[in-house]
Ligand binder design. Sequence first.
Ligand SMILES: [Zn+2]
Ligand SMILES: [Zn+2]
Length: 275
Amino acid sequence: MKQNLHTHTQYCDGKDTVEEMVLEAISRNFDSIGFSGHGTNYPYDPCSMDEQRTDLYMRDIYAANEQYQDRIRVYLGIEEDSIGQRFSHEDFEYIIGSVHFLIHNGEAAPIDYSQARFEQILTDWYDSDILKMAKAYYDAVKEMVSRPEVDIVGHIDLIAKYNENEKYFRFEDPAYLAMAKDAAETAIANNKIIEMNTGAIARGYRTKPYPHIALLKHIHECGGKICISSDCHNRANLDLGFEQCVELARLAGFTEIMMLGDEGFYPVPIEEAGC
Ligand SMILES: [Zn+2]
Ligand SMILES: [Zn+2]
């Protein structure tokens, strides 16, 4: 079984059309693909979809599902931003909840836009104290994962996007890890699926998927559920790093990966999942 529920198109900041992505998924033997365009988040994210674009996006995806129904199942999802519009299952088949922005004194800034911007936020807002910044981030994650509409937690440790060589903090620093674990535990208590996400690998910032293995192990120990995605913004990367995800998931102790079916999410044995 092969599925990717975290993908972007030209309707937001992706490179390809819905149809190009669907055809790519078919050619790579995916059983299904889900689209998760950036939900409305104005004025902060100019790449997010406004109401009109969301409408076109939805129609395009319905049409692709219909047109290619004999070859692939196409799901309609959305990536809800923690400071943007909230969505409902009346309109979408699944919802990914993600924190990309932090808020400070009434201002919002993206932590994943660029390393320079990340450092600016760290310096200007958090006195260069990465633990202070991580605390603000994970507090936002905890709020996000408490929302009833959210199915999947997007890139749960996005705060580590530029931390490949532990430039900003040690992943296993107990003070850092305690905050990350707390957020993961809140997600698990709220029955959310936590995604393994290879998006930063495609962009060359990391060599490993989110979440970090130390956090992934904890997620498993707490009975958490995971899925695998590539946060795809370019169809060439539709299944980038999936094998590595399966390997890491096994290493962390997982025997199942969650997938979306017509009746909702269900577990697939790891040996049948992903690649
Ligand atoms: Zn995201
Ligand atoms: Zn995304």
